[in-house]
Design a protein around this ligand. Structure first.
Ligand SMILES: Nc1ncnc2c1ncn2[C@@H]1O[C@H](COP(=O)(O)OP(=O)(O)O)[C@@H](O)[C@H]1O
Ligand SMILES: [Mg+2]
Length: 141
């Protein structure tokens, strides 16, 4: 499925819609450049799950955990990871079985760790500054 959004808020709203149809243990693998809107989309997912806390980029921590919603949200940023090995070191497999949603920015850096059943979200810049093309695969909205 492909969507076009025209503001960060529209991207958040789409993230919220996606979150509502996800089950426990789902991995959502994001691709797209810096500034594409991955974190914006994931903050909308948190909102859609009913999480009150504000989502911030976990670039310096690799993973942020958000509880208190319909499902926990584990927000990974693999920007600084060189390989999937490092992800396994921080306990990736434990996160997978905790019944949450694992949202993974820069999933291209850990491609070997992403199973075929993951939901894929690719975000690309559109024709003007605030437009984005968002392709979602592996689930229907
Ligand atoms: N349609 C849009 N969707 C998402 N973000 C947008 C959009 N238009 C403009 N933006 C801006 O682009 C930036 C996206 O930042 P962010 O979500 O942190 O990107 P990423 O996590 O992919 O690096 C924000 O400054 C946001 O306000
Ligand atoms: Mg980000």
């Amino acid at each position: 499925m492909e969507f076009v959004t025209h503001s960060a808020e529209e991207t958040r709203a789409l993230g919220g819609r996606l979150a509502q149809v996800l089950g426990p243990g789902t991995v959502v693998a994001f691709t797209g450049d810096l500034g594409a809107g991955k974190t914006a989309f994931i903050s909308g997912m948190a909102r859609g799950l009913g999480i009150q806390e504000q989502v911030t980029s976990p670039t310096f921590t690799i993973v942020n955990e958000y509880e208190g919603g319909r499902l926990p949200l584990f927000h990974f940023d693999m920007y600084r990871l060189g390989s999937a090995d490092e992800l396994f070191h921080i306990g990736w497999e434990d996160y997978l079985v905790r019944g949450g949603v694992c949202a993974v920015e820069w999933s291209e850096n850990v491609a070997e760790a992403i199973e075929d059943d993951a939901v894929r979200v690719d975000i690309a810049r559109g024709e003007d500054e605030n437009s984005r093309m968002i392709r979602i695969e592996g689930v229907s909205l």
